[in-house]
Every structure is written in structure tokens, then in C-alpha cells.
Write a protein that binds this ligand. Sequence first.
Ligand SMILES: Cc1cc2nc3c(=O)[nH]c(=O)nc-3n(C[C@H](O)[C@H](O)[C@H](O)COP(=O)(O)OP(=O)(O)OC[C@H]3O[C@@H](n4cnc5c(N)ncnc54)[C@H](O)[C@@H]3O)c2cc1C
Length: 443
Amino acid sequence: MDTVQYLVVGAGMSGLSFANSIREEARLRGKSANGGPSLLVLEADDAPGGYCKTIKDSGFVWDYSGHFFHFKHPEIEEWLRARMPQGVDADGKEAVATVKRDSRIRFAGGEIDFPFQKNIHQLPREDFIECLHDLYFRDAGAGSVAPANFGDMLVRRFGRGIAERFLVPYNEKLYATDLSRLDVDAMGRFFPHADIGDVIRNMKSPDNGSYNSSFTYPRGGAIEYVKAFLVDLPPETISFQERLVSIDPSTRTATTNKRTITFDKLVSSAPLDKLVTMCGLPFDSAAFTYNRVLVFNLGFDRKGPGGVHWMYFPDRAVSFYRVGFYDNIFGDDRMSLYIEIGRPKDGVLDEAEIARLKERVLADLTREKIIDGHQLVASHQVVMDPAYVHITKGSLAEVARLRPILAAAGIYPVGRYGGWTYCSIEDNILETRALAKTLGAVL
Ligand SMILES: Cc1cc2nc3c(=O)[nH]c(=O)nc-3n(C[C@H](O)[C@H](O)[C@H](O)COP(=O)(O)OP(=O)(O)OC[C@H]3O[C@@H](n4cnc5c(N)ncnc54)[C@H](O)[C@@H]3O)c2cc1C
């Protein structure tokens, strides 16, 4: 039987960040890599990256949906960038571009800037008047009772006009669920809040800034950030095509498809409901709902709309909720899109359904005038399952109940799916660095 001090589940951003950080903690404590912690990363797939993998086809560079990087902590960005390609390539394109976001919303055949609630003055006159009227009188009848759920919060805070034109249909398409199921704070800091003062102020002095007002993106795709985490990690630290199958928390023993491993600490980026099932612990499975996102990456023979990086589509008649334009990041001369479609966690999403949806997407892109006689020259698709977890009162309670039970057995769920949360890649790095510091303190 193999024994390791730290068993990490998943070679995505969270698992790789933890692996680097725990080695760094050992180094800081004067333990060399060899004399330091024994560490093994299990990865079920045959490649690292998790959702930050990149696909290259016919000159197009695509991710599992657009993965853009925004850093609030310069030291994290510096650490990563020091381990990534530098400068410009032969075409004069930067290895990593820093881009000021241009994101728009398609509404009634036109476009307005994102976020919708701060740009209602760009709407057709009737829509503008209704949105402004309902925003102004939004609290009528609501009294002082706090919003009961996410859907209620949208109407109560922004009024029916804004909610019904954008916030409700867009989020229903994305989350593929009734918004009354979601917690008021289901999107945390990622929700662009605005009060009536912000909305009016924006009419004269536009300020559409948010957490991702500018972002970075590597020419080689999101995988370049993953590769940065591999630079200092000895290759034998990661075991690919090795899936964790079950855990005995009482003996701290993990069984994979290849062997049995005893561990002191287990750090897992696998979805929390799967982790708890592997541990054989009782839990409320109904609390763990989520959507799946079907992503089509499409490459065309020539350029499409210029400038914009991504567009939101609240119209329920349109199959997708968002379209991203990779070609506008680096000024490429062929349109390169990612298309996102939200689906509930259950329901048919087989090859035939995906083929049907692809036809529909192409028809919708034509109707929306994004393609106009363009030839599709390359395509790829992936189902992100899970994609956006549903943060509900039930899921928050189960996560809070399960964490200490798992920690008592030396098991630490991390990442967006381990923590069953809404977060960015930088958050994954911050969380795993902090955990490595805590666990490393007893090295
Ligand atoms: C549509 C969409 C768009 C997004 N866009 C952005 C963005 O632009 N910017 C941003 O910052 N964030 C974005 N995110 C969030 C980002 O994808 C995640 O925060 C991040 O990728 C999570 O990394 P992770 O390592 O925690 O999980 P994952 O990437 O899911 O990695 C988990 C790894 O664990 C492996 N694994 C799972 N179970 C087992 C097992 N039993 N045994 C062994 N291995 C296992 C998996 O194969 C996988 O490789 C987006 C998310 C979605 C859904």
C-alpha cells in the first residue's frame, strides 16, 4: 500500500495551486523537496487543467468556454507570469494580452453596454421609460422585508422593467432553473449591483467597471496559466488517468482505479457531492443541484463583428445565453466564437441532441447577424458538467455542516466545485494557498 502525506484530487487550477503551495511551505520551513512533504496529485483525465484546458484546431485556440483571468492580487499574477511565455511572437502578438473588456447585450435587435441595469438609457425609448419608472417605484408595497431569494432580489432591487427585460430571462437561461430556488447572494461579488444613483450617474458619465473590467488572456489559451503551475512541480507528482473511487475516512485510506493509498491529508477539487459519496457519508443530495453548460467553439473563414469580447442574449427565443469572440482579443482575421447554452443537470444531452442544438445555434447566429454567409471551418464542443452550481439555502447549510466532519478526517474540499460556490480562478489560488499555509504549519 502506498502512503503519502498529502493526497490531492484533481490537476485543475485548485489542485495544482495547492501542490505548488504546500511544496513552497516545506521549502520555507527548511525542508527540501525530497525531505519535504510526500505529495501525490490524482487526475482522472489524461491531461492537466480541469476546466482550463485549451483546444487547438485549424489555427483556432479555444478553451472549455472562455476562461479569462482577472487578478486583484498582483503577486499572484506576477508568480504566474514569471512562469509563462513572455514578449511577442513572430506575428507581433503578445504572449499574454491585457484587454479592456467590451461586453454588450443584444436587446430588441440592437445592442446596449453591459451591465443592463446601468445602461437602460441606451434602450429604445419605451423600454427605457418603463425600466426607469419601475426602478424608481421599485419598493412600492415591498415593505421592509428582505428579499426571499435571487429572483425576488432582482425584482425588488431593480424593478420589474429591468428584471423582466434582462436579469430574469438571462439568468434563467444561464442557471437553467427557477431563480426563486437560488439564494439571494447566489452570485456573490460577481453580481453587478447598482443603485438608482449609479444608474442615473451612468447616463452622463459612463462607468461600467466591475470585477472583470480588464482581463488577461494568453495567446496559447488558458492552458498557459495551467502550465505555469507545472514548471516547479516534478512530473512524478501527478498521476494521470488515476481516478479516486472511494475513501475510508476512519482509516484515511483512498482507493483509486489503480491502487490503495493511505494519506494524512486529502485535498479534493472534485465536486463536493461526489466527494461525500466517495466517503460514504450521509448527506442531502437534493441540496446539490447545478446546471450543465454546453459549449460550442466555432471557427469561421472570415471576420465577424469587431471589437466586442462577449455578448449576452436575454431573448428566450435564442438558444444561447452568451457568445464570446476570441478573435477580437488578439485582432485575428477569422471569427472564432464560443457559444454557451445552459441546461439542467438532468435531461437528455446526447450526441443527437447536441447535433440538433448545433444546427439551432447556427440558425440563431444567422438571425442575430453574427454570421452572414460565413463558412464554418472548424468546430469543437464540450459539456461542462457541473458548470454553475446552484447556491441555495439548502446547499449553504449542507456545505457548512459537511466541512467540519470532513476536516476531522483530514479531508479538505477546495475549488469552485469542492466548495460548491461561485468564484474565480484567482479565488481558487487564494483559497489553496491559505490552506497550504494552515496545513503546512505542522510540517
Ligand atoms: C462556463 C464557465 C466559464 C468560466 N469562466 C471563468 C473565467 O472567465 N474566469 C475565471 O476566473 N473563472 C471562470 N470559471 C470558473 C473556473 O472554471 C473555475 O473556478 C476553475 O476552473 C476551477 O478549477 P478547479 O481546479 O477547482 O476545478 P476543475 O477545473 O473542475 O478541476 C477538477 C479536476 O479534478 C479532476 N477530478 C474530479 N474528480 C476526480 C476523481 N474522483 N479522481 C481524480 N480526479 C478527479 C477533474 O478531472 C479535473 O481535472 C468559469 C466556469 C464556467 C463553468
